[in-house]
Ligand binder design. Structure first.
Ligand code: GLN
Length: 538
């Protein structure tokens, strides 16, 4: 492989249990290095066989994060984008499905010239190539590579082997390993237990990988003596064992890691050409402080169908928090299932703002329409995203002479399909490529609440949907008062709508939540939070 190797790699593995915050740890390390002024990017490896996360149920893997280039990826890419303030490409999410697909394709094309194609070296080589293809594009100083799952999983093994090889190919001075583990506290014994960490480190070492840093996650702070024990048993420097107990906000983690001088340790370990300087994180610390505001509080109700698993709406949740912090209020987010016979009005009455998120399928849709109706009747600020916008259009149509209006997603024999598939999309239906995915330009119409929010006419937003506002109803619905406040640049696709005579009711066909940053809240979320705060004063 003829690459020019300038980039340094930090590989993050996980041990003991999943869901301990490897993604946040990776993003936090990236934030520290980025604050120092380094050019940082990140890759997430998901060892499952799915090609992407587009077909995964949000209940299993949480939200599907959509990149600018239109790939459906793991939610950790959202953490990376928010913490690093970058825009990643979809291939920054490597899956077993993507790796095998490309190897099998090459084999079918005769690309291996009669060789027996094997996990080692062909799959492992392809994994390394995919890492290089993403990381060599932009002269990054550092690329973080997070390996999903836990060390010891069968499906992770080819990746660990490839990453071990990567360290040898690049030189151990240019590649380091950070192992994130969990230290459980046993109530009965009244103590923390390091044994699972010792075992998972041993497992990692059996793959030929010695971690340089161990990040010990725990529910409460662990004392230094115990961390020294981890260092001793796991053969890691004492100051390279770092404890990150549960934090009140995920954005605090870079600060906690930096308290333990992790930036300096990394800079020295992989010889980064920069002076580590913790004061560069001061701006980040200010953001974290603004997120800690408790008063005044605004209650935002998310009315959707994936409410049992908060991770399903993770980018929306974060976007609300960024927006709230930026206007100096605290957002209390409550989740209300729309998949019920009747929404509980007493719960709806407690919301200062209602957000209807995206979704697929009919389940819970009528509940979303009820929430729209409640907002209309009670002037509660309303923000509809994707299916949420479609439910606003549908309910508006039903209230304005189109009884039984609905989306063709749920019934293809409707009198009033106010949400429908475009003719061009119908044609490609059988090829499975019908989804509008990734970034599209949008034109904002002046003298609208949407324009007040954005303050500009040309924006770009990310999409993930099949259905669109049906232009057959555009004129008539506009004549009933519906405001079209954003369209595609050629005016053909309706991208944003607003309700008339309402303090703030905006629905957008795209997903603004993918572009919000803690330091740069999304304009629509900010305007929604401002309206909700105003409403809360009544
Ligand atoms: N199911 C709707 C569509 O495909 C909305 C999708 C979404 O909310 N992401 O158009």
């Amino acid at each position: 492989m003829e690459w020019i190797f300038l980039t340094k790699y930090i590989i993050i593995t996980g041990g003991v249990v999943s869901s301990i915050g490897k993604g946040i740890t990776s993003a936090s390390i990236g934030r520290i290095l980025r604050s120092y002024g380094l050019k940082v990017s990140a890759i997430k490896i998901d060892p499952y066989l799915n090609w992407d996360s587009g077909t995964l149920n949000p209940y299993q893997h949480g939200e599907v994060f959509v990149t600018n280039d239109g790939m459906e990826t793991d939610l950790d890419l959202g953490h990376y984008e928010r913490f690093l303030d970058v825009e990643l490409e979809g291939f920054a999410n490597i899956t077993t499905g993507k790796v095998y697909e490309s190897v099998i394709k090459k084999e079918r094309e005769g690309g291996y010239l009669g060789e027996c194609v094997q996990v080692i070296p062909h799959i492992t080589n392809r994994i390394k190539e995919m890492i290089y293809e993403t990381s060599q594009k932009n002269d990054y100083d550092v690329v973080l590579i997070e390996l999903g799952g836990t060390v010891g999983d069968i499906e992770s093994q080819p990746f660990l082997e490839a990453l071990r090889q990567l360290r040898n190919d690049e030189g151990s001075g240019n590649v380091m390993f950070v192992h994130v583990t969990f230290i459980p506290y046993l109530n009965a014994a009244g103590e923390f237990k390091t044994k699972p960490t010792q075992h998972s480190t041993k497992e990692l070492r059996s793959m030929g990988i010695n971690p340089d840093v161990i990040v010990c996650r725990s529910q409460r702070p662990i004392d230094d003596g115990l961390l020294a024990k981890v260092a001793h048993f796991c053969d890691v420097d004492k100051d390279a064992v770092v404890n990150t107990p549960d934090a009140s906000s995920i954005y605090e983690v870079p600060l906690v890691l930096e308290e333990h001088n992790i930036g300096e340790l990394i800079v020295n370990r992989i010889s980064l050409d920069i002076a580590p300087d913790s004061s560069k994180l001061d701006n980040w610390a200010d953001i974290v402080d603004s997120l800690k505001i408790r008063n005044p509080a605004v209650t935002i109700g998310i009315v959707g169908k994936y409410v049992e698993l908060e991770d399903a709406y993770i980018s929306i949740r974060e976007s609300i928090q960024h927006a709230a912090a930026s206007i100096g209020v605290k957002a209390n987010i409550e989740y209300l299932s729309s998949d019920v016979d009747e929404l509980d009005k007493s719960i709806l009455s407690g919301f200062d703002g209602i957000l209807i998120p995206g979704g697929f399928g009919e389940r819970g849709f009528e509940g979303k329409l009820d929430a729209v109706n409640f907002s209309i009747e009670n002037n509660v600020p309303l923000f509809g995203i994707c299916l949420g916008m479609q439910s606003m259009v549908t309910q508006f149509a039903r209230l304005n002479g189109y009884d039984g209006a609905n989306s063709s997603e749920f019934d293809d024999n409707l009198d009033y399909p106010v949400i429908d598939m475009m003719e061009e999309q119908k044609k490609i239906k059988n090829m499975g490529g019908t989804m509008r995915l990734g970034a599209y330009d949008c034109k904002i119409i002046e003298n609208t609440k949407t324009f007040d929010a954005y303050g500009e006419s040309d924006v770009e937003e990310r999409h993930r949907h099949r259905f669109e506002f049906n232009n057959d109803y555009r004129k008539n619905l506009e004549s009933k008062g519906l405001i079209i406040s954003g369209t595609s640049p050629d005016d053909f696709l309706v991208e944003i709508v607003e309700f008339p005579n309402h303090p703030w009711a905006v629905g957008c066909q795209f997903h603004p939540e993918f572009k919000s940053r803690p330091n740069r809240p999304h304009p629509l979320f900010k305007a929604f939070l401002e309206a909700s705060y105003e409403f809360s004063k009544n």
